[in-house]
Design a protein around this ligand. Structure first.
Ligand SMILES: N[C@@H](CCC(=O)N[C@@H](CS)C(=O)NCC(=O)O)C(=O)O
Length: 218
């Protein structure tokens, strides 16, 4: 049975949703192992043996460990195309990967600079400056995702729920944690609320013990 190591509310939500969708479409079950990131469980020797980067997610299948969201999700989709988590037609798939790659290599690292500026620069002043600049960029990225939701039919890639939808939900939750009020992104908020009712998303949210209500006034 496949096993996913995830952090509640972290980016590992994206393959977590995929595994739920696969289970619903094919009956293929999986194990989900929570990793307490705030306690540093991702840096134990056992965990580092699976992922030397010390990050979630990790997917273990047949004793082999795979890291990186995009690689894990591509593997899941190729193994279980019936779940429709990425389009099969080459051009549509490339477009989907373009959105997915942007989310993973641009939006996600921008958030890391807001949440953990100390990973990048040392002084208090530099951290404050980095956080502020990254926050402005992150907001722009969320607005771009909000613009994408205008064409959702009903999901970002069309009829089927995809990894891109799950990532979009993660980013709106994260925005709330750093003071971006979802009410200032009303179409995005409404889209996330719709997503939260989709069975695979609802199941992953329930297991992770998370909801959409993360906004804290700065
Ligand atoms: N590029 C990686 C990013 C993974 C990542 O940033 N994971 C974060 C959670 S969203 C993490 O494990 N952070 C723990 C830490 O930094 O110690 C991927 O796509 O899997």
């Amino acid at each position: 049975m496949m096993k996913l190591y995830y952090g509640p509310g972290a980016c590992s939500f994206v393959p977590h949703v995929g595994l739920e969708a696969i289970k619903a479409a094919t009956g293929e079950d999986f194990e989900a192992q929570s990793v307490k990131l705030h306690k540093g469980e991702q840096r134990t020797p056992e965990y580092l043996a699976m992922n030397p980067l010390g990050l979630v997610p990790v997917l273990v299948d047949e004793g082999r460990a795979l890291n990186q969201i995009v690689a894990i999700c591509d593997y899941l989709d190729r193994g279980f195309p019936q779940a429709g988590l990425l389009p099969a037609e080459p051009w549509q798939r490339a477009q989907a990967m373009s959105h997915f790659a942007w989310m993973n290599n641009t939006v996600h690292p921008t958030f890391t600079r807001i949440y953990r500026p100390g990973n990048f620069v040392a002084s208090e002043a530099a951290q404050a400056e980095l956080r502020q600049a990254a926050l402005a960029s992150f907001r722009e990225h969320l607005e771009r995702i909000q613009a994408m939701t205008a064409h959702a039919a009903p999901f970002l890639l069309g009829e089927r729920l995809s990894f891109v939808d799950a990532y979009a939900l993660v980013f709106l939750r994260w925005g709330g944690l750093v003071g971006i009020d979802p009410d200032t992104l009303p179409a995005y908020k409404a889209f996330a609320e719709k997503l939260a009712a989709a069975p695979a998303i609802a199941a992953a949210m329930a297991r992770e013990g998370i909801n959409l209500d993360t906004y804290k006034k700065p």
